[in-house]
Design a protein around this ligand. Structure first.
Ligand code: G1P
Length: 291
């Protein structure tokens, strides 16, 4: 299965930090956000990872390129662990496709059409502003897809009423598992991108992990602008519903970490630091001094 990671957005929620550095390159602890996402795709056995870039983001391709001089210099100084981390980032098997204009997520995904056209199996789409540090979600999505005849599966997360307009929202029907223990499998009846709170069909928001059938690409070929004047992946999925069923599973509150706004990014850094033996002491000491 191939994986597509759109990273061609303008990162407006992170300005001015994202003025000269792509938001995908902002660090979460010691790695840029996008490296977590690439590693998550590879942990789910993605055979190929395709990053969709805009022309003004050469830093992302540079991060995933080998840096032999830097590695040599670090090794020379005895910084073996750092040398290994630099070598690792430059050896991750990713390729790049350009999105000529920032026309929206649907248009970004469509740029990878050549990579999935003619395929019989589905493909993953991973958005760069959410992280799943334990890397288990994509495998669960693949299992549900297999159980439903290789159908498309989306990950969804519960969001408060006041946040629904930031997301794609799904209308669902429970078909298996339990909502209480997070094992629910829902069939999707409808999807709407960035609804007004009073028009949202539920509080289940598309989380940024998709397993999609290749038919989505045929639909994206003619999907026009939707919410915000952008070509929306959610609109193509709504059209897909007319010919194929779509399913959703829930991402646990501690499983999926949002980095979509500065506040969410900060919260994700603190949560991940708290899970690290050394950094948790730093967080704890800082909190003790402040609160
Ligand atoms: C995109 C999708 C939206 C989804 C969200 C998750 O929106 O269009 O459906 O809920 O990612 O992060 P964006 O954040 O690009 O506006």
């Amino acid at each position: 299965m191939k994986a597509i990671i759109p990273a061609a957005g303008q990162g407006t929620r992170f300005l001015p930090a994202s003025k000269a550095v792509p938001k995908e390159m902002l660090p979460v602890l010691d790695k840029p956000m996008i490296q977590y996402v690439v590693e998550e795709a590879l942990a789910a056995d993605a055979r190929e990872v395709i990053i969709i870039l805009s022309d003004d983001k050469p830093e992302i391709a540079a991060h995933f390129s080998p840096s032999p001089d830097l590695v040599r210099s670090l090794e020379h100084k005895g910084s073996t662990t750092l040398a290994q981390s630099v070598r690792h980032a430059g050896a991750l098997p990713v390729s790049f496709v350009r999105q000529p204009q920032p026309l929206g997520l649907g248009n970004a995904v469509y740029q990878a059409e050549d990579f999935v056209c003619g395929a019989t199996e589905g493909f993953f789409v991973l958005l760069g502003d959410v992280l799943v540090p334990d890397n288990r979600l994509l495998r669960r999505m693949r299992e549900v897809s297999a159980a439903q005849g290789n159908a498309s599966v989306l990950a969804v997360i519960r969001v408060p009423d006041e946040d629904v307009s930031r997301f794609g929202i799904v209308d669902v029907e429970l078909i298996g598992g339990s909502e209480q223990d997070g094992t629910a499998v829902w069939q999707i009846n409808a999807l709407v991108e960035k609804p007004l709170p009073e028009e949202a069909p539920s509080n289940l928001a598309i989380f940024g992990r998709y397993l999609l059938t290749p038919r989505v690409m045929e639909i994206l070929a003619h999907t026009g602008p939707g919410a915000g004047g952008e070509i929306q992946l959610t609109d193509a999925l709504e059209e897909l519903l007319a010919s194929e069923p779509l399913y959703a599973i829930e991402v646990g509150a501690d499983e999926g970490l949002d980095c979509g706004t500065v506040a969410d990014w900060l919260s994700t850094n603190i949560k991940l630091a708290a899970r690290d033996a050394e950094l948790s002491k730093v967080v704890s000491a800082a909190c003790d001094r402040i609160f």
